[in-house]
Design a protein around this ligand. Structure first.
Ligand SMILES: [Zn+2]
Length: 99
C-alpha cells in the first residue's frame, strides 16, 4: 500500500463530532465515537474532513472496510438522507465546498 495522508486535524475531528451530534449513521450519542472513513482506507480513502464521519463502535465495526453507500444499502439505511446531511455538515465546516 502507498503512503497514507492523515490530514484530519484534531480540531476538525471535534468540529465533525459537534456538528453531527452523534453517530453519523444511526444517531447514537452514547459511547465513544470513532473516525470512520466513508471511502475505506483500503479503497484509497484518506483521513480527511470530507471523508471522515463520526461513527459509534457498533456501526464502525459493522461497516468495517465496506464502501459507505454499499453498506448503507445493505443495512437498509436512508442513503440519500445520509449523503444530504454529510454535505450539510461539510458546508457548515468549510463553506468553500462547492454545490
Ligand atoms: Zn451508529
Amino acid at each position: 500500500m502507498g503512503r497514507q495522508n492523515h490530514d484530519l486535524t484534531e480540531a476538525q475531528w471535534q468540529a465533525l463530532v459537534a456538528t453531527w451530534g452523534g453517530c453519523a449513521y444511526c444517531g447514537r450519542t452514547d459511547g465513544a465515537l470513532q473516525k470512520d472513513c466513508m471511502l475505506p482506507i483500503a479503497n484509497g480513502g484518506r483521513y480527511t474532513l470530507t471523508n471522515v464521519v463520526p461513527a459509534c463502535p457498533s456501526c464502525n465495526a459493522s461497516k468495517c472496510s465496506t464502501e459507505v453507500t454499499t453498506w448503507l444499502r445493505r443495512k437498509r439505511m436512508d442513503e440519500p438522507a445520509f449523503l444530504a446531511r454529510q454535505l450539510e455538515v461539510l458546508r457548515r465546516l468549510q463553506p468553500e465546498v462547492p454545490d
